[in-house]
Design a protein around this ligand. Structure first.
Ligand code: 13P
Length: 247
């Protein structure tokens, strides 16, 4: 299956920085062997949509989507609005939102459902904390997080992207080893297999300090089908090197 490399810019960027980054990505991306997406902050989606116009190597993604439909939800942005801006992917349930915005498994599942209903592919993030890993709870945690999504989406879970992002590896420079990541990805694949005929087509991304130096080894694992890149996605050369490693 075609891998997916998605850049999660988090709350970074400016009009000028976004323009420079997209220009550099467009100039260097060529015809990638994988699917590529960038997920700028919501305030810049329209700008980045414009900067990406006229090419199809790089798709647009959002970092979040409302769990509600349109209406009286101050500050929220609906899936239909994102769709209008040309958004193809929406990250849901990132650990930073689970932590700072108190998103729980049910919110995340509903967000995934809203995205799918609007024709946007949700990138559902799951992952354990360091304390949970040390207590031997990794499998329990990630299966619980994914099962909420499976429960709500049923067969349509075959249309999502999953991102395994161990919290202890995010922004820390401490990457999971390829073997550690593969072990969790295999658990998730088996869980998907029990839920949908399309489990083999679901891309399971790894995220957490993925960079130009470690991407190839991670992406060589049988159940690692791409990456969700934070810090390294803000530097064109680094992001393009990861894209080149995904074949
Ligand atoms: P870093 O690549 O900066 O560790 O971030 C990973 C991440 O959270 C992507 O969503």
């Amino acid at each position: 299956m075609k891998k997916l490399i998605a850049g999660n810019w988090k709350m970074n960027g400016s009009l000028a920085a976004n323009e420079a980054l997209i220009k550099a990505l467009r100039a260097g991306v060529g015809t990638p062997a994988c699917d590529v997406a960038v997920c700028p902050p919501g305030a810049y989606l329209a700008q980045v949509q414009g900067l990406l116009a006229g090419q199809d190597a790089i798709a647009l993604g959002a970092q979040n989507v409302s769990q509600h439909d349109n209406g009286a939800y101050t500050g929220d942005v609906s899936a239909t609005m994102l769709k209008e801006l040309g958004v193809r992917y929406a990250i849901v349930g990132h650990s930073e939102r689970r932590l700072h915005q108190a998103e729980n498994d049910v919110h995340v599942a509903i967000k995934a459902q809203r995205a799918l209903a609007a024709g946007i592919t949700p990138i559902v993030c799951i992952g354990e904390s360091l304390a949970e890993r040390e207590q031997g709870m990794t499998e329990f945690i990630v299966k619980r997080q994914l099962s909420a999504v499976i429960h709500l989406l049923e067969q349509r879970v075959g249309d999502i992207v999953v991102a395994y992002e161990p919290i202890w590896a995010i922004g820390t420079g401490k990457t999971a080893t390829p073997e550690q990541a593969q072990a969790v990805h295999a658990v998730l694949r088996a869980q998907l297999q029990a839920a949908t005929d399309k489990a083999q087509e679901v891309r399971i991304l790894y995220g957490g300090s993925m960079n130009a130096a470690n991407a190839a080894d991670l992406l060589a694992q049988p159940d690692i089908n791409g990456g969700l890149i934070g810090g390294a996605s803000l530097k064109a050369d680094d992001f393009l090197a990861i894209v080149a490693a995904a074949r």
